[in-house]
Design a protein. Structure first.
Lengths: 242, 305
């Protein structure tokens, strides 16, 4: 039994087929990168796993349990946390409070705000946000808000972390710092990670395995080095060679 | 939840204690103003539990007040008035849960319109029922003394302030604020959004129901278009907005400010009262949208630790 199993999942919106018969497994503590052009269905797949929408066909199992029919808050409590590609901070709350809420709910369901605050501070330190703890979340730069998304997701105490383009819009230095942070956190918290990413450097350095979505279909998967050399992937990205 | 700071609880107990001796030395007028102040504090605090924290603005809180008053006159003579008061709170609460279940599925201006509409619908339903029964207004004869009613209202104001304070500093309060800020993100980190909104709605209707029941005795009659008057809803919103903030300080400041102002204006210049009120609301929305509480106590919320 795999940690996360996607079996024959399809999703259509009206006449548009966003995902077609997707099947794959993710093993515990694996880091799986998901790539594909805009509109390939990556974010749709995330939304299905996180419970924001339901598959038209197929099933999703997490630790052996079917989760496709559960609400997002239930799925989070099973141990799946996600970030949003377009950041969604609790803008008028402080950076620390944003992360505290995560620890108060999620898997942890921490009853004491003091204990939630203590663990939130640790997570903020991991993501280089500790010095901004008392500032309103809206005052952070994009890079800061992306890291806050991750911090809030981590605070819920997930086993599976889904990162939706957390590197997009960051400078090269910021990308490299964030990569280090994610690696460190992954080791410390024994996380399994599923990440959508366009930044190739991030995919190459973090992923154990990369999957490629194209027009809603899974066209290739394998080790990062194999994937970048795969003719099907090159064709999907650059158009077929003539 | 964190322990209540000693200074805050001392001030709270001292103010309530002092206020409960008011009938001993205050004039009738002073007690009447104090009762009105306590009433608006209780209503504005209740409103804040739902609307200040979740961002779902209710323009229909008069419905809960009116329901409470109606329960009081209906049970007058059959039930002890002091039993009717909590019963009125319960009925309002149940009504809120029934109405909130569908209503809380929409947000923003739609929720505002819906709550206003529901309250008006309830008002005209009760007017219709009363007309069918041949009742155009009901009298309450032999109500408790104004001083006893003042103390009851003071108790409700204290209870409402305490509820807002406790909720605001609790885990539940964190969840409600997260819903206000970003509902989908709140759900994604494990907050049971629908259940929380409904709980807050029910909670915010309970005290207003009891306030209505006490006020029915104070006014000693019940007339639906007055008990369900939309102006009650508007006043609550104005006070909460002028007070600002999503904790217990805002409604206190807002009620204090507005009651003080209305007493001054009604006495000195009654013809300009509504004009001044309107101008003030515009001023606050434009220049101090965060309200008095934020102006006096500063910006971002203090940290939880």
């Amino acid at each position: 039994m795999s940690f996360l199993t996607i079996n024959g999942v399809s999703k259509s919106f009206g006449g548009l087929q966003a995902l077609r018969d997707i099947s794959f497994d993710v093993e515990q503590q694996e880091v799986v990168g998901l790539m594909g052009a805009n509109g390939a269905g990556k974010t749709t797949l995330f939304s299905l796993i996180a419970g924001h929408s339901r598959p038209s066909l197929g099933s999703i199992h997490f630790k052996g349990r079917p989760i496709a029919a559960l609400r997002p808050d239930h799925i989070c409590r099973q141990g799946i946390a996600r970030t949003f590609q377009i950041v969604r901070p609790f803008a008028n709350m402080t950076v620390l409070d944003n992360v505290i809420v995560g620890a108060l709910y999620g898997v942890r369901q921490e009853r004491s705000t003091a204990r939630a605050a203590a663990s939130a501070m640790d997570i903020l330190a991991d993501l280089n946000l500790a010095n901004r703890a008392d500032d309103p979340a809206s005052s952070l730069t994009l890079s800061g808000q992306k890291r806050l998304e991750i911090a809030r997701a981590l605070a819920t105490g997930p086993e599976l972390l889904m990162l939706d383009e957390v590197m997009a819009g960051l400078t090269a230095t910021e990308v490299s710092e964030l990569l280090d942070s994610i690696r460190r956190i992954k080791r410390r918290m024994s996380l399994t990670i599923l990440m959508v990413e366009h930044v190739m450097q991030a995919l190459m350095r973090l992923s154990d395995r990369v999957m490629v979505l194209h027009h809603g279909e899974l066209i290739a998967q394998g080790k990062p080095q194999e994937i970048v050399a795969d003719p099907k992937v090159i064709a999907a990205y650059l158009g077929p060679s003539t | 939840m964190q322990p209540v700071p000693i200074r805050t609880s001392l001030i709270f107990v001292a103010v309530i204690g002092a206020a409960s001796f008011l009938p001993q030395f205050g004039s009738e007028y002073v007690v009447a103003v104090a009762l009105s102040f306590a009433m608006w504090v209780a209503l504005a605090q209740s409103w804040t539990v739902l609307c200040g924290m979740t961002g779902y603005g209710s323009f229909g809180h008069a419905a809960f007040y009116g329901m409470g008053a109606y329960v009081q006159v209906l049970t007058w003579g059959t039930l002890s008035p002091w039993l009717s008061v909590p019963l009125a709170g319960l009925v309002s609460c149940l009504f809120a849960l029934a109405a909130g279940y569908p209503a809380l599925k929409v947000r923003g201006p739609y929720f505002v319109m819906l709550t206003f509409g529901l309250a008006e619908f309830l008002k005209f339903s009760i007017i219709g029922i009363e007309a069918t029964l041949g009742q155009f207004s009901r009298l309450i004869i032999g109500a408790p003394s104004p001083n006893a009613l003042y103390l009851a209202m003071l108790g409700l104001a204290a209870a409402a302030t305490l509820i807002t304070y406790v909720v605001s500093n609790s885990r539940f309060g964190y969840g409600l604020r997260a819903i206000r800020e970003e509902e989908q993100a709140a759900e994604t980190i494990g907050i049971p959004v629908a259940r929380y909104k409904l709980t807050a709605f029910g909670l915010s209707a309970f005290i207003p129901g009891m306030v209505g029941a006490v006020m029915a005795m104070r006014l000693s009659y019940f007339e639906p278009s007055q008990a369900f008057d939309a102006l009650i809803s508007f006043n609550i919103v104005v006070m909460a907005m002028i007070g600002g903030s999503d904790d217990a300080r805002g409604p206190l400041l807002g009620a204090l400010f507005l009651i003080g102002l209305s007493e001054l204006l009604w006495a000195r210049a009654p013809q300009v009262y509504m004009i001044v009120l309107g101008a003030l609301l515009v001023f606050f929305v434009l220049f101090a949208p965060q309200g008095l509480a934020k102006q006096l106590f500063g910006g971002a919320r203090r940290r939880a630790t």
